[in-house]
Design a protein around this ligand. Structure first.
Ligand code: KG4
Ligand code: ZN
Length: 373
């Protein structure tokens, strides 16, 4: 057991991962357990809210127990319980919020409410600090996942002598999140669910310039995103290429037989399909990078943060690194494990709130649309 460092138990259940973690002093991850429901939602091609809540109910107790055991502590050693209040699926959030409340009350320890999106910001900080890199503020943070594509301006504004951040929303998606576009395109082309990892794996085999997608045109906030147009453009491209349609049938049968590895699906994909994947990914990544860096004009920042499931994407990481180096600005990503939903990021965000004196009470409720700013 570690002395002089507050131990925060984080609990996360906003979407399809039941997660619990113990973090010491807001920096040191003692355990980080994630029970993913991907297998359950796979056959529906997306997260089914009712199934997610039911699975969280089954998993929450064993997942928290495992987080405590792996951290080599007992529940009594925990100094605070931090739980995701929102945003997310309300039934899923309720499981974590209710369990967190019960645990904090029965242990007589503080309960801390954490915004899931702030958790993604802390995932970046956790990773940077583990590598002894201290990001400079203000930062522009792109949170890009299956549920979100949002840009925040993050300023460090210590409160009560503790670390505290102030957030301003720069822009967000008008329609689909980027990860959702990955998932929908993979579904249309019969590459299975989730779409991001398989497209990431296969895109390097195609020509990213083969299919041209036009940039979304939008009125209003120039910092907003839109990904429904490219999804529709992919659909039109498939419809106008009968060869692509027949391959989809073949891959669909392979998926039904459980053949879903990158190699198996690549062997069932022509150059035209791989070109389409590469072009789709290139277009999405270019848009995310250009929207993030163009925000610097209105929001001068000293660092760029990229977090959320899509931040695991190889081309996205390379493109952000190249552009950051060109502009001489630091870019920070979480590791792949901290990019996707996890509870270490919730515990780290909870630690900052604990130090700042923030407390939730037994009236805490899940909020599906909880804004960060
Ligand atoms: O953050 P996350 O685990 O859950 C949400 O809050 O949505 O993100 C999951 C999303 C999915 O849409 C998945 O397809 C996408 O992140 N994703 C990726 C990659 N890995 C996961 N997208 C692109 N490339 C990846 N390597
Ligand atoms: Zn998330």
């Amino acid at each position: 057991m570690i002395d002089n460092k507050h131990l925060v138990l984080g609990i996360e259940s906003s979407c399809d991962e039941t997660a619990a973690a113990v973090v010491a002093g807001g920096r040191e991850i003692l355990s980080n357990i994630v029970a993913s429901q991907t297998e359950i939602h796979r056959k529906y091609g997306g997260v089914v809210p009712e199934l997610a809540s039911r699975e969280h109910l089954r998993q929450i107790v064993p997942v928290v127990r495992e987080a405590i055991e792996q951290a080599n502590i007992t529940l009594r050693d925990v100094d605070a319980v931090a739980v995701t209040q929102g945003p997310g699926l309300v039934g899923a959030l309720l499981v974590g919020v209710t369990y967190g409340k019960v645990l904090a009350t029965s242990l007589g320890k503080p309960l801390i409410a954490v915004n899931h999106l702030e958790g993604h910001v802390h995932a970046v900080l956790l990773e940077a600090r583990a590598a002894n890199r201290e990001p400079q503020f203000p930062a522009i943070c792109l949170i890009v996942s299956g549920g979100h594509t949002i840009l925040y301006y993050v300023k460090a504004e210590p409160a009560n002598g503790a670390e505290h951040f102030a957030y301003t929303k720069i822009g967000g998606t008008r329609d689909d999140a980027a990860g959702e576009a990955y998932d929908k395109v993979a579904r249309m082309l019969a590459f299975g669910y989730p779409g991001g990892p398989i497209i990431d794996r296969l895109a390097p085999y195609g020509n990213p310039q083969a299919v041209r997608f036009s940039d979304p045109r939008m009125r209003g906030n120039p910092h907003d995103f839109s990904f429904s147009g490219i999804k529709t453009a992919v659909l039109h491209h498939i419809r106008s290429n009968p060869q692509l349609e027949s391959e989809i049938e073949v891959r669909h049968r392979a998926l039904t037989r459980g053949e879903r590895t990158g190699d198996a699906l690549r062997a069932l994909s022509s150059a035209a399909t791989l070109d389409l994947l590469a072009s789709f990914q290139h277009s999405v990544v270019s848009n995310l990078v250009s929207q993030t860096f163009s925000a610097l004009g209105d929001y001068p920042a000293r660092s760029i943060f990229v977090s959320g499931g899509v931040a695991a994407n190889s081309e996205l990481r390379r493109a952000f690194e190249t552009e950051s180096a060109r502009r001489g600005i630091g870019v920070f990503f979480p590791s792949r494990a901290l990019s996707t939903d996890n509870a270490a990021m919730i515990a780290a965000a909870g630690y900052a709130h604990l130090m700042a004196g923030d407390r939730a009470d037994s009236t805490l409720n899940a909020e599906a649309n909880l804004p960060l700013a």
